[in-house]
Write a protein that binds this ligand. Structure first.
Ligand code: GDP
Ligand code: MG
Ligand code: ZN
Length: 299
């Protein structure tokens, strides 16, 4: 009987699973494996981030996956298992911060049950008071916020520390500097970066598939555009309110239970918003998404 080892699936591609053995160096060679027949019929397919037991190839050729360990969690889009957190990346300038869009990305992480860290890029392009405004706004909402500049090498240690020994996915719109960030953190990676327009032209015929990058020192980060489709139509108003952490302290004190924090009298969330305890932009984002949910449900 060959030795059975444990490892993490780094990418799944063309029927092969590429595995990094647990405890191996981040730049160790990946082991190409196929799934053992019996496991193939199991309920779910294996994805990046899955922990598996595998039998390395005897000589040349491929190894075999014998078993998958239970998952902590799994995302569908992008398909990644066992995530610890989401780093939501937005630019402080070029493109300008878009609070509704930020709140959507943060809420998607909340819906997935994953802690979100807000990483604000291109700090070199924004005046200090603008940086402070956005950091304060989201810190007060309960998020860990890191302002950084890949260009000027600022805030990168905080992001490196945040990624260490965890499995993370970067999410956020195109052009905010996600790939540039990963290259600045770990220069050996040399991921493709550039203007949005250039990338569309070049990227059309290249297959984009989900892949984890093993971090030097432990942990993984997903090189993927993240959640591109942010769709809340399957979400209930109650679930949406839970996606806004700064509402939690007040929601239990509303006169009506459940309360949608919209038209109801004696709403503690609305009162907190009027007292300046909840930021206006956050409350407006909530109402905008709530209206979309209601419209989709024809209510
Ligand atoms: N000024 C400045 N520009 C940056 C910074 N990071 C990225 N950029 C630029 O933003 C553009 C988009 O970067 P990219 O990493 O491809 O964005 P992605 O689509 O989020 O992966 C590129 O032109 C980068 O040079 C930064 O820290 N400062
Ligand atoms: Mg990119
Ligand atoms: Zn309320």
């Amino acid at each position: 009987m060959a030795e059975i080892k444990q490892g993490t699936i780094i990418k799944a591609y063309n029927g092969y699973y590429y595995i990094l053995e647990t405890g191996a160096a981040s730049d160790a060679a990946l082991v190409a494996c196929k799934i053992r027949g019996k496991l193939k019929q199991s309920r779910y397919s294996l994805v990046a981030g899955d922990l598996v037991q595998f039998e390395p190839p005897a000589g040349a050729g491929e190894g075999r996956i014998h078993a998958a360990l239970p998952r902590k969690n799994a995302l569908l889009k992008p398909a990644i298992a066992n995530l610890d957190q989401v780093l939501v990346v937005f630019a402080l300038s070029n493109p300008e911060p878009h609070p509704l869009q930020m709140d959507r990305f943060l809420a998607v992480a909340e819906l997935a049950g994953l802690p979100a860290v807000l990483c604000l890029s291109k700090a070199d392009e924004a005046p200090e008071e603008v940086v402070r405004h956005w950091v304060d706004l989201y810190s007060r909402a309960g998020y860990e916020v890191i302002a950084f500049s890949s260009k000027e090498n600022k805030g990168l240690d905080a992001i490196r520390a945040c990624l260490h020994n965890k499995t993370s996915v970067l999410s956020g719109p195109s052009g905010v500097g996600k790939s540039t960030l990963l290259n600045a953190l770990f220069p050996v990676w040399q991921l493709e970066t550039g203007e949005v327009s250039e990338k569309i032209g070049r990227g059309r015929h290249t297959t984009r598939f989900t892949q984890l990058l093993p971090l030097p020192g432990g942990g993984f980060v997903a090189d993927t555009p993240g959640f591109s489709v942010v769709d809340f139509t399957h979400v209930t108003p109650g679930q949406l309110a839970e996606c806004f952490p700064e509402f939690h302290a007040y929601a239990g004190q509303c006169r009506f239970q459940p309360c949608t924090h919209d038209h109801e009298p004696n709403c503690a969330v609305k009162a907190a918003r009027e007292a300046g305890l909840i930021a206006a932009s956050r409350y407006e984002s909530y109402l905008t998404i709530l209206a979309e949910i209601r419209q989709a449900k024809g209510r």
